[in-house]
Design a protein around this ligand. Structure first.
Ligand code: AMP
Length: 284
């Protein structure tokens, strides 16, 4: 892959990378579509990264569908696929890690210790291997892309990190490979994340700016769903991912909720329409 990407760069082509863990869905494909608009070649990667899963998490049972993923990538017009084995990425004796301090300990990092260290380490490796001009990430994982952007800045990477919109199912559920874990009843219940975010959006549109008040109504909505157990439901600053008391600057409403045994995340991105405006723009 290093040689392959080097060749494309030598031809002055605009190289892009779309990193994934496979079990591809419309969210992944939207990143590829976007990459194809800006770049050629588009390189996708599939790697279920063991280092970003905790010891009691779902690494072993994470959905893997390599054959159908390959077909989807081909259909989407991806130029090449990088699908290394874990032993290629982490050979015996592997000892170097990348960690973005501070941001990596908050929210997702608090619930999943070591998760972001695994993410930044593998993404750094993928970016080193391909050295793309652009790398595409989804806002579905808002904290992840914030951390990766920070890493790229801190380590002077030549890759521009592009943030793409979150893609949802018709009933609002954020597309995720983990949705495959849900049974019929849980699948229905899982829309509560979207319903809670949508209710928050309406409150904000009606003028509510008090974050604790928003959090209380988020909780109430989420708790009303019998199969849902809330991990966190917070309003955080979009830069620092620390709690805000009032919605003013760009921020996220972030949710992590268990539906049965399946942990799902979702978010709503909010920004002022203009610097001096009270009006807000919402990005679901
Ligand atoms: P994953 O395979 O879950 O590691 O995700 C690979 C990339 O796809 C990440 O940049 C994710 O943020 C992005 N992604 C996953 N789900 C969605 C979605 N529903 N909408 C947009 N991007 C997504």
């Amino acid at each position: 892959m290093k040689e392959h990407a080097r060749q494309a760069r030598a031809e002055n082509r605009i190289v892009s990378l779309v990193p994934t863990m496979g079990a591809l869905h419309g969210g992944h494909l939207s990143l590829i579509e976007r990459a194809k608009r800006d770049c050629s070649p588009v390189i996708a990667s599939i790697f279920v990264n063991p280092k970003q899963f905790g010891p009691n998490e779902d690494f072993a049972k994470y959905p893997r569908s390599f054959e159908s993923d390959c077909m989807k990538l081909e259909q989407a017009g991806v130029d090449s696929l990088f699908a290394p084995a874990p032993s290629e990425i982490y050979p015996n004796g592997f000892a170097t890690y990348v960690n973005v301090d501070g941001l990596s300990e908050k929210l997702e990092g608090r619930s999943r210790p070591g998760h972001f260290r695994g993410v930044t380490t593998v993404v750094m490796k993928l970016l080193q291997i391909v050295q793309p001009n652009f790398a595409y990430f989804g806002r579905k994982d808002a904290q992840q892309v914030r951390i990766i952007t920070q890493m790229a800045r801190d380590l002077n990477l030549d890759t521009e990190i592009v943030v793409c919109p979150l893609v949802r199912e018709p009933d609002g559920l954020a597309m995720s490979s983990r949705n495959a874990y849900l049974n019929t009843e849980e699948r229905k219940a899982a829309t509560v994340l979207y319903r809670a975010l949508d209710a928050a959006k309406h409150e904000l549109a009606a003028g509510v700016r008090d974050a604790p008040q928003l959090q209380t109504s988020l909780r109430r909505k989420l708790d009303s769903e019998r199969l849902a157990t809330v991990d966190y439901a917070e309003v955080v600053d979009a830069e620092s991912f620390t709690s805000v008391t009032r919605v003013g600057k760009p921020c996220y409403v972030v949710l992590a909720v268990f539906i049965g045994k399946t942990r799902l995340i979702d978010n709503l991105y909010i920004e002022p329409k203009s610097a001096d405006s009270e009006e807000l723009l919402f990005h679901f």
